[in-house]
Every structure is written in structure tokens, then in C-alpha cells.
Ligand binder design. Structure first.
Ligand code: ZN
Length: 243
């Protein structure tokens, strides 16, 4: 297969991290397409944020507008069917739940989610001739989700390339930075306007709360995702250098 070396597919969920990844990709690739996954997530209101994020980011820079290509959405209802998680079921979010193998993870963990996302993204990138796959996975601030780890992503890159006889590159620009540094990265890429866009149009909250407005954006302010976002924003505003 032939791929354009300077082209990318960005996993765009509608949250802060993936919006930052979209700006990161538009800053360095000539052609950028986006993909979103509908897996029956409770906070699917996040998906509704995607068109506004795309339009808003394209409006920040004429060069970015020229580079931004098609958007794709893929239905992955099966994930919600097979996983019992607080993201797909109406149950309370808990920080430590014992998994079938005895380890503990937050019950927002959706087993295999990123593996499936990357597999479908790889299939789509193959068809569209896109070389880079860009995702907001991060080891630093997260809850130990095993499918966000760098080793997992590198293994997926090898697997996709073997299974599709390709030379995909999976880029994870947020892998080693925390939430404060993610805000700073957005500022470096798109200035105060990108920060404002992320505050206004992205949603990270596990409850999909778009009614409570804070200085860091919308959200319930209490779930683990909101706590991470507000803590990162406060430290970014305080001028803390990336750890
Ligand atoms: Zn929340």
C-alpha cells in the first residue's frame, strides 16, 4: 500500500486531550483526518463536541483549515455490550474496583477499548492512505489503564504493521506529560484562543455535565476526570513547569 508520509488520522473523542492532539497534528502534518468512536458511552455528549472543536481549531489558522480533512465516526456498540464499566453502565464511579484477575483499577476502565480503537483507526488509515495515527493516550496522570501505556501502544503499532503490511506510526504526544503540561502544549500550539476553545468546547467529565461552567471549562467538578482537569488547569495557570 502507499501512504502519504505527512498525513495523519487523529482519534478525536471531544475531550481536552484529543483536541490538543488535533492541534498538534495540524501543526506538523499536511493532511489530517479525524475519527470518533461511539461505543455507548454514558458521556456521549462528548461526541457532540467534535464538530465544534474541528471548526474552532480550523478557524484558528488558515494553514490548519487547509490541512483539516474528513471526519469519520465509527459505531462500536459491542464494547458497551461486553464490558461492565461505569462509562457504559449507569453505576457509580469508583476509584478502586477489583478486576477478575485480582488487580484493582477504576471501574471506568473499559477493557480493550484503546486496542479496538487503534485497530479500527488502523483499518481506516489503511483505506485512507494515512501514515500517522495520533492519540491522546498518557501514562502520566492516568489511573493505570493498561491500554494507555506506552508499551501497549508500541505493541499495537507493531501488530497493526504486521497485520496490515503497513508502516504506520502511532504518535502519542501526551504520553509523558501531565495535565498542566497538556494545557501548556495547547497554548504553545494555538495561543490563548486555543485555550479558550478547549475550555469552551471540549468535555472531559465522566458524567457529561455541560451545565456547570468553571474557569477550566464545563463539568460536574467532582468526578475523577473533572478533578484531573481542574488540578491541571490550576497548576498551568500558576505557571508550574512541566514535570
Ligand atoms: Zn465530572
Amino acid at each position: 500500500m502507499t501512504t502519504e508520509n505527512n498525513s495523519a488520522l487523529v482519534l478525536l473523542s471531544g475531550g481536552q486531550d484529543s483536541a490538543t492532539c488535533l492541534a498538534w497534528a495540524l501543526d506538523r502534518f499536511d493532511r489530517v483526518e479525524t475519527v470518533g468512536f461511539d461505543y455507548g458511552q454514558r458521556h456521549r455528549i462528548e461526541l457532540d463536541c467534535r464538530p465544534k472543536i474541528r471548526a474552532g481549531i480550523a478557524a484558528l489558522d488558515p494553514a490548519w483549515a487547509l490541512r483539516l480533512g474528513e471526519d469519520h465516526t465509527i459505531g462500536l456498540d459491542a464494547i458497551g455490550t461486553i464490558s461492565q464499566t461505569a462509562l457504559t453502565r449507569d453505576i457509580a464511579i469508583e476509584a478502586n474496583t477489583v478486576q477478575p484477575d485480582g488487580t484493582t483499577l477504576p471501574n471506568t476502565f473499559v477493557p480493550g477499548r484503546n486496542l479496538m480503537f487503534l485497530t479500527f483507526a488502523g483499518a481506516l488509515a489503511y483505506r485512507r492512505g494515512l501514515k500517522h495515527i495520533v492519540g491522546g493516550m498518557c501514562e502520566t496522570d492516568y489511573s493505570g489503564y493498561p491500554d494507555c501505556r506506552d508499551d501497549t501502544i508500541k505493541a499495537m503499532q507493531a501488530t497493526l504493521n504486521l497485520g496490515m503490511a503497513s508502516r504506520f506510526v502511532i504518535d502519542t504526544p501526551l504520553m509523558w506529560i501531565d495535565k498542566a503540561a497538556t494545557w501548556k502544549l495547547a497554548e504553545d500550539l494555538g495561543g490563548a484562543k486555543l485555550i479558550d476553545l478547549i475550555r469552551e468546547e471540549t468535555l472531559t467529565c465522566y458524567h457529561g455535565d455541560r451545565t456547570h461552567r468553571h474557569d477550566w471549562g464545563y463539568g460536574c467538578g467532582e468526578c475523577p476526570a473533572c478533578e484531573l482537569r481542574l488540578d491541571g488547569y490550576r497548576r498551568y495557570r500558576a505557571g508550574e513547569r512541566p514535570r
